[in-house]
Design a protein. Structure first.
Length: 265
C-alpha cells in the first residue's frame, strides 16, 4: 500500500486500529505477567473474605489510649517533609537552570546535569532510605537525606521543563538590549517561573509528607516507625489509630496546599 492510499484511509479507522493494537498488546502483556508470576485471581478472591475478617477483628476498635505519645512523631514527620522540601527547592532550582536550554547554552553541562538528576530521580526513596540506614544507622537524618535526594531529582526535572516553557521573546529582548546573564535570569526568567515554582514545590511537599511515613518503616524515623513497631507487636488497634491520624494530616496538608495554589498560582 503506497503513501497515498494510507492517507486516504479515514482518520477514525486508523485511530481504531491503533486502539485495537494497543488493547491487544496490553492484554497480552497482562496475561504473560500473570502466567510468569503465577498469580491467580481466583485465590485472591477466595482469600479476600479472610483478609476483611482479619482486618475488622484485629484493627477495630482503634485504641486512643496512647494518642498523645504519638504527637511528637507526627510533628517529626511533618518536619522531615518541610526541611527536605526547603533544601531540595534551593538545590533543584540551580539544577533546573543548568538543565534548561533557556538558561544554559552549554550542551555538555546540560547533559551531565540531566544524567545526574536522572539517577537521583529514578532510585526510589525507599531504596535511598535503606541504603542510608545501612551507612548512617537508624535516625531522623536518614529520612531527611533520602527525601532530599529524591526530591532534588523530581523538582530539578520539573523546574527545568517549566523554565523551558517560558516564552523566549522577553529573554531575547533582554539579550538584545545587552542585559547580563543574571539580569536576564532575575528580570526575565524568575518572574515568569514563580507560579510554576510554587505549584511544583507544593506538590513535592505533599509527596514528602506521604513518603516520610513509608521511610519510617525502614528505620528512618518519624511516624512510620511507630506504625511498623505496633504492627510487629500485634498492637493493631494502636496501629490503625496512628494510620488514621496520619491520613487526617495528609488531607489537611492537601487542603492547605490547594488553598495556597488558588491564591498564588
Amino acid at each position: 500500500m503506497n503513501k497515498q492510499l494510507i492517507h486516504n484511509i479515514p482518520l477514525n479507522q486508523r485511530d481504531s486500529k491503533k486502539i485495537f493494537v494497543f488493547v491487544v498488546v496490553f492484554f497480552t502483556l497482562l496475561i504473560l505477567s500473570l502466567v510468569y508470576l503465577k498469580i491467580s485471581f481466583i485465590e485472591m478472591l477466595v482469600g479476600l473474605p479472610s483478609f476483611v475478617m482479619f482486618f475488622f477483628e484485629n484493627f477495630f476498635p482503634p485504641s486512643v489510649e496512647n494518642l498523645q505519645q504519638y504527637i511528637p512523631a507526627m510533628v517529626e514527620t511533618l518536619g522531615y517533609a518541610v526541611i527536605s522540601t526547603y533544601i531540595s527547592t534551593i538545590i533543584a532550582f540551580i539544577f533546573g537552570i543548568l538543565i534548561s536550554e533557556n538558561t544554559n547554552k552549554i550542551k555538555s553541562l546540560r547533559v551531565i546535569t540531566r544524567g545526574f538528576v536522572s539517577i537521583l530521580r529514578n532510585i526510589p526513596f525507599i531504596i535511598w532510605g535503606a541504603l542510608l540506614v545501612y551507612i548512617f544507622g537508624i535516625g531522623g537524618i536518614v529520612g531527611v537525606l533520602a527525601l532530599i535526594l529524591v526530591t532534588i531529582g523530581f523538582l530539578s526535572k520539573s523546574y527545568a521543563e517549566s523554565i523551558d516553557e517560558i516564552s523566549g521573546d522577553k529573554l531575547e529582548a533582554l539579550r538584545a538590549n545587552g542585559s547580563s546573564y543574571f539580569q536576564i535570569l532575575f528580570h526575565g526568567v524568575i518572574p515568569q517561573f514563580v507560579p510554576s515554582w510554587i505549584n511544583w514545590t507544593l506538590f513535592a511537599f505533599e509527596i514528602n509528607v506521604r513518603a516520610s511515613a513509608v521511610l519510617g518503616i525502614v528505620g528512618a524515623g518519624g511516624i512510620g516507625v511507630l506504625i511498623d513497631t505496633n504492627i510487629n507487636l500485634f498492637k493493631y488497634g494502636e496501629a490503625i489509630t496512628i494510620i488514621a491520624v496520619f491520613v487526617i494530616i495528609i488531607l489537611l496538608t492537601e487542603f492547605v496546599t490547594n488553598s495556597i495554589r488558588k491564591r498564588f498560582v
